[in-house]
Design a protein around this ligand. Structure first.
Ligand code: FBP
Ligand code: MG
Ligand code: MG
Length: 345
């Protein structure tokens, strides 16, 4: 039977493949009985900034916006011009609407207090993920987490508004600037993916209700750091090779995560000598992807603990990250546990 992609799917849902993001956000607002529309507007603001950053990444080579910016961020990493441009674009979009009271960004040393005490939401963002791939035309991304503030609206923001565990996220998502540009997000009611139609300037629903395969045969890890890996990781990766898994590593977390989410696989960034607590940041990289992973039936751990249960202690804190198909992440955690037990014998 030939399936006509333009026919609404048979689920009878009000939306189907081809629904615009705007319409989808409006329809899904009904998931929240007391919704005031602020979260919906915030998601739209993020989508708009993503369209602008998409344009900038597409023309990076032409417009002399590739290359280093000539400054380092709080983590001592050299900032790329596009890191700074993306940061400015998202900062503007997030501060315009009035829904946000504070922003945590990879490119900002401290919390950006928007002096907007009537703002309900706190946003943590990695404006440009995969910075090492910007100048070589490889997929890069943006990652965002949204929290409801804990302190009363109208009062100044406090530490407790910022240092929330990932389990408190009300929404999270990423944008993938790749062969096509996609926005994938969750509000706790499943994961949906939207593809950007440049000629119309619109995101359209292309991947409704994403569910990750429970297992897979892809592993993503920077093997160049093997010498630093703990025994459990070494033996797990050996087992992947034993089973003839495909090694796939783009070096852009968003892109590696997205592939494994759709095809089944595991991404690992363990502790290394250079980064004893792992490289990736809890507040604006791991938490968002862990929320999406779990909403898509996958799993995210630091090797022992569920990422979403980790209570943050510092703004730019790092965490080891094992994320992807449930059975693969559980396997890897078993190898880590086993190696630990053998250490104590
Ligand atoms: O080069 P390495 O050590 O393998 O690290 C690659 C990882 O670092 C990152 O680039 C870190 O993110 P940023 O580019 O946002 O700093 C991830 O996207 C990627 O998975
Ligand atoms: Mg990143
Ligand atoms: Mg970044």
């Amino acid at each position: 039977m030939k399936i006509n992609p333009y026919q609404p799917d048979q689920t009878g849902m009000a939306y189907s493949v081809g629904t615009t993001l705007d319409r989808f956000i409006k329809l899904k607002q009904s998931d929240f009985p007391f919704a005031s529309g602020e979260l919906s507007q915030l998601l739209r603001d993020i989508a708009l900034a993503a369209k602008i950053v998409n344009r900038e990444t597409n023309r990076a080579g032409l417009a002399n916006i590739g290359g280093a910016f000539g400054q380092t961020n709080v983590q001592g990493e050299e900032q790329q011009k596009l890191d700074v441009i993306a940061n400015i674009r998202f900062m503007r979009a997030l501060s315009k609407g009035g829904e946000v009271c504070a922003i945590v960004s990879e490119e900002e040393d401290a919390v950006v207090d928007l002096q907007n005490n009537s703002g309900k939401y706190v946003v943590a963002i990695d404006p440009l993920d995969g910075s090492s791939n910007i100048d070589v035309n490889i997929s890069i991304g943006t990652i965002f987490s949204i929290y409801r503030r804990k302190t009363p609206i109208g009062s100044p923001i406090q530490q407790e508004d910022i240092m929330q565990p990932g389990s408190e996220q009300v929404a999270a998502g990423y944008v993938l600037y790749g062969s096509s540009t996609m926005l994938v997000y969750t509000t706790g009611f499943g994961v949906n993916g939207f593809t950007y139609e440049t000629s119309l300037g619109e995101f359209f629903l292309s991947h409704p209700q994403i569910q990750a395969p429970k297992s897979g045969s892809i592993y993503s890890i920077n093997e160049g750091l093997e010498k630093d890996w703990q025994d459990g990781i070494k033996s797990y990766v050996d087992q992947c090779k034993e089973n003839r898994f495909a090694a796939r590593y783009i070096g852009s977390l968003v892109a590696d995560f997205h592939r494994n989410l759709l095809k089944g696989g595991i991404y690992l960034y363990p502790a290394t000598k250079k980064n004893p607590s792992g490289k990736l940041r809890l507040l604006y990289e791991a938490n968002a992807l862990a929320f999406i992973a779990e909403q898509a039936g996958a799993k995210a751990s630091d090797g022992q603990e569920r990422i979403l249960d980790i209570v943050p202690e510092s703004l730019h804190q790092r965490t080891p990250l094992l994320i992807g198909s449930t059975e693969l992440v559980e396997d890897a955690m078993n190898y880590i546990q086993l190696a630990k037990e053998q250490e104590t014998v």
